[in-house]
Write a protein that binds this ligand. Structure first.
Ligand SMILES: Cc1ncc(COP(=O)(O)O)c(C=O)c1O
Length: 377
């Protein structure tokens, strides 16, 4: 079955009770047992719920893994993944990962003895150099946020295999429509499904897929034991969103290409960060490992004042954190999503006060360009 067909049909045939063609919202916490332990596969909705089960089967098939698991948010998903490790274990993590990923390890799991070294994973030698005898996993994101740095998944997969590490990838930016890390050596993929998978800014959720059934089983144990699961209504909304993933992702990217071309010709714009640009240092790797370049763009307008003016004047772009929905969003990472990073470190990374990040929606590109032109003018 081709990927676009899977988006519509995977994980669910029709409701066995009624023939309903979409998954009913099983808004239920517990299930009648005919005798002790004799039931129809469901006992209690933290452990399993039919609406969530359809979503979990769907994402497992889309990412090409053995087991899918649903969570109440992307960070609830990562929390559960990190619970696989013990005090004294060490992780190698990308230095440009989502701020909440850093915060979760640095401010919470570190207190329980889970150590980490943060490195630029776009350079394989740095990753190898950071591995210690107690390193258990390599955790990356590609492309990263907000600078869209690309990491070679196959090279990381090879390093992980050589050193017996679990290779974990945050695939939020690309989604399985563009990129399937399990096909390039990853063991676990996770998502903030709040973003492109949901796609409509109306649900907060997380998803995890394990390549190996034993890893999936361990994660399912932790999912039930720790309990960060999504409700059935959110699972339903996610499945509804995922049905249109292919059409949305194509539109996001087509619009992104038009905006990148326009931004590149503007005198106010010092630099455009987009992996689809042939001059982008990760362009070739991205071409090799992904089907597309996505809908996220960052650009530097040289000063915080001009960035402020643009954000004040836009009408169509919404000033907001988050990304990946049908409507276009705009933000200044230095003062919003990445404000927790110290200023000198931000400047070192290139996250300057004049850096603007946009999540390109699926509106008409001409309207988006007119909005930015007015805001810059
Ligand atoms: C790349 C990435 N990963 C993970 C997360 C966390 O997901 P959630 O907000 O659903 O907990 C986010 C949220 O912004 C993100 O952008």
């Amino acid at each position: 079955m081709k990927f676009t067909t899977k988006l519509i049909h995977a994980g669910f045939d029709s409701d066995p009770l009624t023939g309903a063609v979409t998954v009913p919202i099983y808004q239920v916490s517990t299930y009648k047992q005919e005798a002790i332990g004799k039931h129809k596969g469901y006992e209690y909705s933290r452990t399993g719920n039919p609406t969530r089960a359809a979503l979990e089967a769907l994402i497992a098939e889309l990412e090409g893994g053995a087991r899918g698991l649903g969570f109440a948010s992307g960070l609830a998903a990562l929390t559960t993944i990190l619970m696989m490790f013990d005090a004294g274990d060490h992780l190698v993590i990308g230095d440009d990962v989502y701020g909440g990923t850093f915060r979760l390890q640095d401010k919470i799991f570190r207190r329980f003895g889970l150590e980490a070294t943060y490195v630029d994973t776009s350079e394989a030698t740095r990753v190898t150099a950071a591995i210690q005898p107690n390193t258990k996993a390599l955790l990356i994101e590609t492309p990263t946020n907000p600078l869209l740095k690309v990491t070679d998944l196959a090279a990381m997969g090879q390093i992980a295999r050589q050193h017996h590490l679990l290779f974990i990838v945050d695939n939020t930016f690309m989604t399985p429509y563009w990129q399937r890390p399990l096909e390039h050596g990853a063991d676990i993929v996770w998502h903030s499904a709040t973003k492109y998978l949901g796609g409509h800014s109306d649900v907060v959720a997380g998803l995890v897929v394990a390549k190996d059934p034993a890893v999936g089983e361990r994660l399912a144990f932790l999912q039930n034991a720790a309990g960060g699961v999504p409700g059935p209504q959110d699972c339903f909304l996610l499945m509804r969103g995922i049905k249109t993933l292919a059409v949305r992702m194509k539109e996001h990217e087509a619009n992104a290409h038009k905006l990148v071309a326009w931004l590149g010709a503007r005198p106010e714009v010092r630099k455009v960060y987009y992996p689809g640009l042939p001059a982008h240092p990760g362009h070739e790797v991205q071409r090799r490992q992904a089907g597309g370049f996505g809908g996220m763009i960052s650009f530097d307008v040289g000063s915080g004042d001009l960035a402020d003016q643009i954000l004040r004047r836009v009408r169509l772009f919404t000033l907001a954190e988050s990304l990946g929905a049908v409507e276009s969003l705009i933000e200044v990472p230095a003062r919003m999503t990445h404000a927790s990073i110290p200023a000198d470190r931000r400047n070192e990374l290139g996250v300057t006060d004049g850096l603007i990040r946009i999540s390109v929606g699926i509106e008409d590109a001409d309207d988006l360009i007119a909005d930015l032109a007015h805001a810059m003018g």
